[in-house]
Design a protein around this ligand. Sequence first.
Ligand code: ADP
Length: 540
Amino acid sequence: MFWSQPQQSEDTHDLMTSLIGSAVQVLRGDAGIFVVSNEAFDPQSSSEYILYRIDEAVLLPLLAHVQDGMQPNSAHPLLFEALPPDLISQLNIASEVVEQQGLEYGSLAVYDREGPLGVLYFLRAATTRSCLEQITADTQQSESRQDSKPKEQHKALYSFIAQLADGLRSAFRCLSLVKEQERLAAIFQNCTDGILTVDNALRIIDFNPAMERLTGWHKNEVLGRFYFKVLCPQDRYGNDLGLEDSAILQVFAGQQIIDREMIICARDGQRFNVAITASCVRSVRGELMNGILNVHDLTRERQQEEQRSTFISVISHELQTPISIIKGYASTLARKDAQFDPQVLQSRLMAIEEEVDRLNKLVGNLLYASRIQANGLQMDIASLDLEHLIESVLRRLKAKAPDVSTTLSIPEHLPIVMADRDRIEEVLQNLLDNAIKYSPRHPEISVSCYSTGEEVIVSIRDSGMGISVREQEQIFRRFQRVGDPLSQPTPGAGLGLYIARAIIEAHGGRIWVESTLREGSTFSFSLPREEKAQLPMVVF
Ligand code: ADP
């Protein structure tokens, strides 16, 4: 079973054309058309007729004429009529015989025990006779003289019709099988689930593109290989499966395997969870021929599930901390029996304000994230002097956290960019906050800018804890935090970089990180120079 290489339906069509051509020739015709018996005949659809030496251009007037005339049936299977001269001239048949004798068309009803298959219309010189008609004419005379049974007398014509019907019936079956095969091939090629088929010795005989994407194996690398060795399946707990657990062997033995969860191995050795459904194909004699494995990747669904539960835990955790601090301080301050000196009072109130700010930022980020997901971000784009903006953000940072050391390096005449000031300020703020948050020792931050022909690049370097290469790809996704999001000592919901990326990309820029574990990280983003900007105003 090779769904990826279906047989061509043209081959079957050629076969039918030669069948019709032979029939036309036996009837001494020069050209013909077989019209498939169909209640809702559509002359525009080429699958409804088979042409033999007839030009497509005359098809419609010819069909209209012959279908208006007398139609043959099983009692009178072969009829003739003359063709009108205007139609003959359209047919463009240049022949002396035709000029002298005129052109007629015959209609032959083609049917078998299952019913009518269609009508064969053929064109020929008016005085020509085929051997089938001579017999028919003779037998018609003898029929009137001897009153013998008509079926006996028309034997040659009827057996000709039966043979033609037989050939056409097989060709139609073959055509519908080929079409079915083409449909299956399209499903096999385009299905988003992986499908592999094996022969009865469990060797791979077909491997669809989804399976290639899923496993990283190219079809040509696995064809003919034992499927169990390619997938190296494990049960859902990671225990290696033996051949006796092979899903295909089990369906061969009559078991049902639907959505069985297991772990399979990709070409690069990575393991991932899949749900498999197995089935088999038997020959008419019941022998096992093929096994089919449908492989549904569960990783994405798992990731989404994990993301949902991480979201709930992270958000509750992030909300709980400031709420308990606010509650604690507020209840202490509300005690009627307590006297507070103004400094203590002031520090408690400041702590409450800080926690409220934190809550506010979290709720703001959540709203932001859901807006990115739902409606897109609207940008208010204008010319922006990045140097001024960075200086003012750093000034505020110094006032808030005087012990953080910062340096700024900006070349003279830094080009103006096109950007939404408030949004870029949020990005800068976020990257600077992170640089402080993730620097356990005394934070040292340097901000630098440079321009290329197309864009201006801003980099924020810290000497903090750094991020492993594997994690660097993840942190720009929603709710992604390095390590366990719940046991991280630093507060955060894993939304800041996700939002920063959405903002920068909405400006037509890029954001990226270079980092070495325990040495520090450099986050950079680019914005298009004013004269180069082609901005998408909404990002989804
Ligand atoms: P949050 O800081 O609220 O968790 P972010 O989206 O801003 O969310 O950051 C995602 C994760 O990336 C952080 O949890 C942290 O693990 C890591 N990270 C971000 N910035 C830095 C940095 N400068 N140094 C080390 N790790 C960082």
